[in-house]
Design a protein around this ligand. Sequence first.
Ligand code: GRF
Length: 227
Amino acid sequence: MTWSNAGGPGPRAGGVRGASRRLGVLISGRGSNLQAIIDAIAAGRLAAEIAVVISNRPGAPGLERARREGIETAVLDHTAYGSREAYDRELAAALRRHDVALVCLAGFMRLLGPAFVSAFRGRILNVHPSLLPAFPGLHGQDQAWRHGVKVAGATVHIVTAELDAGPIVRQAAVPVHDDDTPETLSARILAEEHRIYPEAIGVVLDGGWRVEGRRFVRGGSSGGPGG
Ligand code: GRF
C-alpha cells in the first residue's frame, strides 16, 4: 500500500488539508508533551496553531496549561458515553468543528476505534516512550528498563487501527545507564519526546511525504493516494 499527501486533495490523500496548520491536541493527564508543542510554537520552531485541547478526564492538569495560554479547551468525559463508537463520534465531531488539520495524541489514554482512525486517516500522530516496535502498550519505559535493554527511546508515529504499530515519523535513542531507575530513564526519554514531537508535527504538516508499506518517507515522487 502507498499513500501520500503530495498532490492529492483533502484528507483521504493521507496528509493534512490545504494550508491549514490547525492542531487538535488530545490529552488525559499532565500534558508535558502539550507544553512542548505550545513552547515550540511560541519559540517559532513549529509553524502551527493549537485550535483546541480536548481531555477525556475533567481534572487533567494539562487543561490548565492550555487555559493559561488562552487555548480553547474541551472535556469529553468518556464515562458519560455508552460505547466507544458513541464517544469517538462525538470526539470526531468536536475536532471537525474546530477544523483541525492534524490530531496530536499527547498522553491520551484511550484507544481510538477503527471508524475514528479511518475518518482521520494519516492525520493522527502519537508519541510513545519506547523505540517501537519494541515495548508497545502501557509503560514502555518500565518495560524497557525491566527487559534490560541498553538503548531505549521515543517514537512518534502515525496512528492506525493497530495499537502503536503505525508508520514511524521520528525516533530518538536514549542510552540506559546501569544506575538508572525506571524514573530516571523515563525522565531522559521524556526530554526526547518533547524534542521530537514538535519536529514530527512540523514534518507531517509540511507535506511531501508518503507511506510505502510501513515506511514513512519524504521527498521523491509520489504514487498518490491508494495503491
Ligand atoms: C508520555 O510518556 C507519552 O509518551 C505517553 O504518555 C505520556 C504523556 O505524558 N503516550 P504527558 O501527559 O505528555 O506529560
